[in-house]
Design a binder for this molecule. Structure first.
Ligand SMILES: Nc1ncnc2c1ncn2[C@@H]1O[C@H](COP(=O)(O)OP(=O)(O)OP(=O)(O)O)[C@@H](O)[C@H]1O
Length: 237
């Protein structure tokens, strides 16, 4: 996936906000990238533009051999359904469905066959075995988040986008989710792009991109928690 000079401006005239000012980045297959930066630096906007959930003002986003910015709304919806996965802060679980039904929902809507054993692998790795018959209101925030992660991983998306996937979790549940994202990258060559405020979460990634005021201002490969802390302190002044 390659983003080239992505500009995103909200509004126009005097009230225009430049959320992204020409951001370029390459996300290799099987690479885990964390995106960090101060509040309002454009992290969520960048993730949404990469994932085709928001249109860009100018620039391009290419996934595989498809330029998202040239697709119709339907084409974009199909690409998202067939090749991308999402885990967002608001879990978007359907309240009337059980955890298992929620986990299977995306695959079902996309008419995707789930390989035998993969459902069990995902459910066991995320510790959801005992919760499959429960509805979202009967689950803790951490369990709901894990259901959302399981749902996103079940279709084995080429690229998985995660916005603060550990934001609502205690450190143990957060570590489980991160280790599962890591496994998706290492064993299944999925590409993961994750926005996070948490240096511990960022240190799970292969590299960290730092945004400030709508631009990438720094990059850290093989990040350690301490190194991420230090860069963030520098950015936040
Ligand atoms: N729909 C919108 N309309 C107008 N301005 C927006 C919109 N969404 C975001 N912005 C602005 O764009 C800038 C970047 O926002 P964005 O949410 O991408 O930042 P962020 O780094 O994800 O912040 P946070 O860490 O606080 O979630 C901010 O100035 C924000 O106010």
């Amino acid at each position: 996936m390659v983003a080239t000079r992505v500009v995103k401006t909200y509004g126009s005239g005097d009230s225009a906000v430049s959320a992204l000012r020409g951001v370029s980045a390459t996300f290799a297959r099987g690479q885990f990238t964390a995106i960090m930066g101060p509040s309002g630096s454009g992290k969520s906007t960048f993730l949404h533009c990469l994932a085709g959930l928001d249109t860009v003002t100018s620039g391009t986003v290419v996934i595989g051999d498809v330029d998202l910015t040239g697709l119709s709304r339907t084409g974009l919806a199909e690409l998202r359904r067939d090749r991308l996965g999402f885990v967002f802060q608001s879990f978007n679980l359907l309240p009337i469905l059980t955890a298992e039904e929620n986990i299977r929902l995306t695959a079902r809507l996309a008419n995707r066959r789930v390989e035998p054993g993969w459902f069990d692998t995902v459910v066991n790795a995320l510790g959801l075995r005992e919760r499959l018959r429960h509805r979202p209101t009967e689950l803790s925030g951490g369990q709901q988040q894990r259901v959302a992660v399981a749902r996103a991983l079940l279709t084995r998306p080429e690229v998985l986008f995660a916005d603060e996937p550990t934001g609502n979790l205690d450190s143990r549940a957060g570590a489980e989710v991160l280790s599962f994202l890591r496994t998706a990258v290492d064993e299944h060559q999925q590409t993961v792009v994750m926005v996070t405020h948490d240096p511990v979460a960022a240190a799970t990634a292969d590299r960290v991109l730092f945004l400030s005021d709508g631009a990438i201002v720094d990059e850290l490969a093989e990040p350690s928690v301490d190194a991420v802390h230090a860069r963030m302190r520098k950015l936040e002044g």
